[in-house]
Design a protein around this ligand. Structure first.
Ligand SMILES: C[S@@+](CC[C@H](N)C(=O)[O-])C[C@H]1O[C@@H](n2cnc3c(N)ncnc32)[C@H](O)[C@@H]1O
Length: 399
């Protein structure tokens, strides 16, 4: 069932009671010992193991368990004044760091590097879990590389900086890794945040997390609401994590009950992608591009339908014949309906659909899947293009 907006954006107190290939993830090689605590005092911090159990509960409970945990306050204390160039609050730093460590995030993206203070914090988390932080800022070319180069090499090696707009970096053709966590902190206007949410979703691993900063700003807040409305299965919560006021540790430890602009108070919005693919009221769309070797394959779809339902699959292929005599691309569209009930598995042999053109080279394909009758949930969907599993909206076979 689609989450109700009031459920997903309701707030609780965080202080209750208080086109260039990118390098693969690395296991950082420690070439010389360095004292992580002299950089960011986190090396002996252990993310509380009891949070593991919360991981699979609702996002709200999971977030709440983090914030209610005494270790969170301990971490916030450590991060009160460091990293000094980070523009987010100590509580936000603690939250972001804690989430990364607990998820053992391998690939993380920060949209908006600025002075790389938060990047340093993220690098410390990534360093300890053999992960990598990608960070992008179109205005950072003269600033960020020098700042990162001044860190210990081991931390710098965990970071990939690119002076790019998120629109450019998250272009589906850029062959990015699947990210476990994306921290959106770039341009806070509504259309930009909406883009960053949708584009992040396309590259986010199932069950992955998006954290958006400054959800107290109208552009960010409205974009998050829009995105949640449109993306069934995503969970979302927002927490006020106030900007630090030097010398005043207590500021922000109050109870806010709504996501509204509140002066300097800063809020994170946290979104979690569903870890399984399902079909409900929205059409699922897949795009397969970058196809160099495959002829049209068998498309197989499996899942579990709660009730009897009919689904329709619309496949659109653009191809050209392999013999090269007629180089003009041709387009083929075919529609097939299936009645499904319980566990099901079905196949569409797109080679047959191309009939005499079975020797076609397919250039790209659109596949749309939607339910035409029945009202139950169709879950655990798997859509295969030959041997390759497709995820919605962004599917590019490696060239
Ligand atoms: C609020 S600052 C980021 C602060 C940083 N994340 C931190 O926590 O310290 C916003 C940064 O986003 C960058 N920015 C603006 N539009 C962007 C975009 N479309 N893609 C990536 N970065 C963008 C700006 O140049 C600016 O440096």
């Amino acid at each position: 069932m689609a989450p109700r907006l009031s459920d997903v954006l309701g707030l609780f107190s965080p202080f209750k009671g208080k086109t260039q290939p990118l390098p693969a993830p690395i296991a950082p090689e420690v070439t010389k010992p360095f004292n992580l605590d002299s950089i960011v005092p986190v090396s002996d911090y252990v993310c509380p193991p009891e949070l593991e159990r919360q991981h699979h509960s609702s996002l709200r409970d999971w977030v709440k368990a983090h914030l209610d945990n005494p270790a969170f306050n301990d971490l916030e204390d450590r991060l009160w004044a460091t990293p000094k160039d980070s523009t987010i609050s100590a509580a936000e730093r603690a939250f972001l760091y804690n989430f990364m460590r607990e998820m053992k995030a391998k690939n993380t993206l920060e949209i908006g590097t600025f002075t790389a203070g938060t990047t340093l914090l993220m690098a410390c988390a990534a360093y300890q879990d053999s992960g990598r932080v990608y960070t992008i800022d179109p205005y950072g070319a003269d600033r960020a590389p020098g700042l990162i180069a001044a860190w210990p090499k081991e931390l710098g090696d965990c970071v990939v900086f690119q002076p790019k707009y998120s629109t450019k970096f998250l272009d589906p053709l850029s062959n990015n890794p699947r990210f476990d966590l994306v921290f959106i902190d770039g341009n806070h206007r509504y259309p930009n945040v909406l883009h960053d949410l949708y584009a992040s979703d396309e590259t986010l691993a199932p069950g992955g997390i998006i954290i958006g900063d400054n959800a107290e700003q109208l552009g960010v807040m409205d974009a998050c609401r829009h995105f949640l409305r449109d993306n069934e299965g995503y969970e979302g919560v927002a927490v006020h994590l106030t900007l630090p006021v030097p010398g005043s540790r207590e500021v922000g430890k109050d109870i806010d009950s709504e996501l509204r602009p509140r002066g300097a108070r800063s809020a994170f919005v946290i979104l979690r992608k569903p870890d399984r693919l399902f079909l409900h009221d929205k059409t699922l769309t897949f795009w397969v591009a970058n196809i160099t070797e495959l002829a049209a394959p068998v498309i197989s779809i499996s899942g579990v339908s709660e009730r009897d339902a009919e689904i329709q699959v619309v496949t659109h292929l653009v191809s050209h014949p392999r013999d090269g005599n007629n180089p003009s691309p041709q387009s083929h569209q075919f529609v097939e309906s299936f009645t499904v009930s319980g566990a099901f598995s079905l196949e569409i042999d797109s080679r047959l659909e191309l009939s005499s053109e079975a020797e076609c080279q397919v250039n790209f394909a659109d596949i749309a899947l939607y339910r035409t009758s029945g009202d139950g949930l169709i879950s655990d969907l798997r859509v295969m293009w030959g041997d390759t599993e497709l995820l919605p909206n962004s599917n590019f076979l490696p060239s």
